[in-house]
Design a protein. Structure first.
Length: 375
């Protein structure tokens, strides 16, 4: 497998894309919303890579090697030795149609020889966990699913995914990976710490949380946030919620709050909530997030082979770390070694198999890794 990558911005886009490989099998593109809305980018991708499969999305920050950038595009060319890929898309009409969209997307993937799927979905007006559940209902529990939800800086207004159709706001894109030569590994970890008591979920509907301990969820959340409550919903990225099982066991799954409904007193989360479980507030530090990224990378085996690591981290982590955000990417790269090429983006939701590949989950506020090699 050969992997090449490069980064471009609005200025370099005007001079034209300069491919590093001739007709790569797959071209991954993670771009700022502004660049995605410039038709020049898509036109040049079609010209530069007429025979390649295109896939990607808009971001809340672009990862290329050790660098984290804004208002740029990270482009990664992948040529397989023996493996192959298929890129398919499906429309998603909104939150309530997310499961069906995931089902339809999975049905469009050829199943013979399918080793894994990387999915890229819109970051707003969707239920990410329902998309994953819809895909899993078709693919079963033996095909791992990873990927993430597109970003829009920290605005949460409009996102897009990329395929041969262009950058579209209501399309889910899946990359099917095929061939016995392909090997995949996964890692995920947050680095957040709980504070305050566990609160029982007493009323929810999918990804909408109405009540905790029989009290309006929004009111309780505001009490904990104090002065940060004035900055909702953006400040919610700094204080996500951890899901805890009905038996009060940690799940390792964190939910970002994407919006609030003052009239209903509810919180709108990025994925489904366990109606029988508990939730507790989380916070973190820069050191905690960097250590979490290192832990995610520690799940990947040491390997001197050339391989590709696709990093999907959360916009909330980026906001906490500020100018030091590249340190978590550098920490991952130190663990993976110089033979591993790194590309990725900051997202509105991260998709990664749980430990031992028992199931695939939507994560929030988490550093996730999909590491692909061949041989």
């Amino acid at each position: 497998m050969r992997v090449e990558q490069y980064r471009l911005d609005a200025d370099s886009l005007q001079t034209g894309l300069k491919p590093l490989q001739t007709s790569p099998d797959l071209v991954l593109v993670f771009a700022s919303k502004a660049l995605s809305q410039d038709s020049t980018l898509f036109d040049q991708l079609l010209t530069a890579y007429p025979d390649s499969a295109l896939a990607g999305c808009t971001t809340a920050g672009e990862i290329c090697g050790d660098e984290v950038s804004d208002e740029s595009a990270s482009i990664c060319e992948v040529t397989f030795d023996e493996g192959r890929c298929e890129v398919v898309t499906a429309p998603v009409a909104g939150i309530s149609h997310s499961f069906e969209a995931g089902e339809e997307l999975a049905k469009r993937l050829p199943t013979t020889g399918l080793r894994a799927v990387i999915v890229l979905g819109p970051g707003v007006d969707v239920n990410g966990s329902a998309i994953v559940d819809g895909m899993a209902s078709v693919l079963g529990g033996t095909v791992p699913i990873s990927g993430g939800l597109a970003g829009d800086g920290a605005d949460f207004q409009e996102t897009a995914t990329l395929s041969a159709k262009g950058f579209l706001s209501r399309e889910i894109c899946a990359i099917g990976l095929y061939g016995k030569s392909l090997s995949l590994e996964y890692g995920s970890f947050g680095g957040w710490e709980p504070f305050g008591p566990m609160r029982k979920v007493t009323r929810c509907d999918g990804n909408i949380l109405y009540e905790l301990d029989n009290k309006p969820a929004l009111d309780l959340y505001k009490q904990y946030l104090g002065e940060y409550a004035r900055e909702l919903p953006s400040s919610a990225l700094l204080f996500p919620l951890e899901m805890v099982s009905a038996a009060r066991q940690e799940s390792g799954i964190i939910r970002t709050i994407l919006g609030i409904d003052e009239e209903a007193g509810s919180l709108i989360l990025a994925g489904d909530i366990d109606a029988n479980g508990y939730l507790r507030l989380m916070h973190t530090s820069i050191d905690g997030l960097i250590e979490g990224a290192e832990t995610a990378a520690d799940n990947i085996s040491a390997n001197d082979a050339h391989r590709l690591a696709i990093l999907v981290s959360c916009v909330g982590r980026k906001l906490v770390m500020g100018d030091e955000v590249s340190e978590e990417v550098e920490a991952v790269n130190m663990r993976l070694g110089p033979q591993t090429a790194t590309v990725g983006f900051y997202s509105y939701g991260e998709i990664c198999p749980s430990q031992k590949l028992l199931r695939c989950d939507l994560h929030n506020q988490t550093m996730t890794l999909t590491v692909l090699s061949e041989g």
